[in-house]
Write a protein that binds this ligand. Sequence first.
Ligand code: SF4
Length: 514
Amino acid sequence: MIIAACDDAGLDIPRYCYHPGMSIVASCRICLVEVEGIPKLVPACQTPVRDGMVVHTKSTKAVANQKQVMEYLLINHPLDCPVCDQAGECTLQDYSYQYGRSQSRFEEDKYKKPKKDVGEHVLLYNDRCIMCTRCVRFTREVSGTSELFVDGRGHKEEIEIFPGQPLNNKLSGNVVDLCPVGALLDKDFLFKQRVWLLKSSVSISPADAGGENIYLQHNDGIVYRIKPRYNAEVNTWWISDDTRYSHKPLHAENRLKQATKLQLGAPGFGAPSRVSFTEALEWADTELKRLTTENGEGSTYAVFSPMMACEEAYLLGQYIRSVDPGAVLILGPVPTVDEDEVFKHYLSSQETFRIKAEKVPNKAGVMRVLEMLGGTIQTIDEASTNTKLKQGWIVGGYLSNWIAQAVKFPEGFKVVQDILPNALTEKADVLLPATAWAEKPGCWENFAGKIQAFDAAIPAPEGAMREGDAYMKLLGKPGVYNADAIRAEMGGAFADVKLPAVDETQPVMEFVEL
Ligand code: SF4
């Protein structure tokens, strides 16, 4: 289509209803262009290119149409940009600046439509809707759930849900990203931040093994929202709601921030006492070495969480083997539901999206690292009955309470690194507050064997130390944790993994005169 050819060539054609991931309806009419030899303007989104075709995207006729479409769309659209969440990333606002008039010729009263609560995560400000039907097509063609439809005709047209059938599918948040104006809004993000204050960091979803590509959008050390990042091979334009709200535990009130070690003498024998992170780390190292000498080779273990970055797993593996060359390496629990959740096109039944049943991002990557390190590797069940194991290092970092799954660990001295409190952190001989994926760089391998790098978006909470830095200290390696350098050292499949260079250049907004 002409619009896709222009996108490839870097020519900006305005659009509202067109989206490359859905069917073409050519209803908004703002993409009309002039094609030599055709008397009427044609929609760029619906007209295939052919050899020798000459297209004028900024001719007098094309721009006149764009201005008329803008005037028409703004007839009933409220001028509430200052209080609208979409302000700053609204194409209606952008094109209004480019093509619109500074004054309205409309003298009648605007037709007001009500706000609606359409689903668990989504609010509909109906008066801002420009009827592009992207949201309706999404629920039919991608989620396949068809909750949204157009009710009424003409200026009384409204987006609606069927009675008793809210927009509660697991992909519902995507309609907020799709909506070109501020009609569909995310309840969680509502009025939290102005979008121009947010910075974007390249990241990967921690919610499951799918490896969805995302941006973490943050300001002043707080992640406010997660947006999809296009990757044709993984998630295309969409993400699941589990991914979209996976930043919540980062700022949980009960986030662990204080290192502790069990008091050895009176007073307070056996109770956790607060110490600095460095002191706790040194104590963990000293005790692990002492107990390994006492209990013999092969008595130490490390539990690697499938939430860890591959680089961290590699460093921890090196450390634990430096303490005990016969140390047992164990993959931590992998929370999994019965089956993948599959979404299909409502008519063709073609698969459009899949949410993986494995609810951790890096089981494959951690296993790859453990196999690279070699030696004895056991499952958590095997380890729980291995009476030889006496002291160990356990990494958690799960986004919810993972100990609730009745996981058993070998008895004895335990160093625990975790982000949220649970039964294990309460009993830890040494507790080291850990960092979450948004606070450090690294890489994860998804279910399909694709290794993808992510970047740190926000700093580690005060009192915690990035796992990579802690392991570097223990190993006596100079400098700070650098994911690129560690991947180069790891070699193999990790050597070429790089953070993608993301082009975030915005189209230059110019006022277009006739
Ligand atoms: S709510 Fe948004 S996406 Fe849906 S039709 Fe209206 S403008 Fe388009």
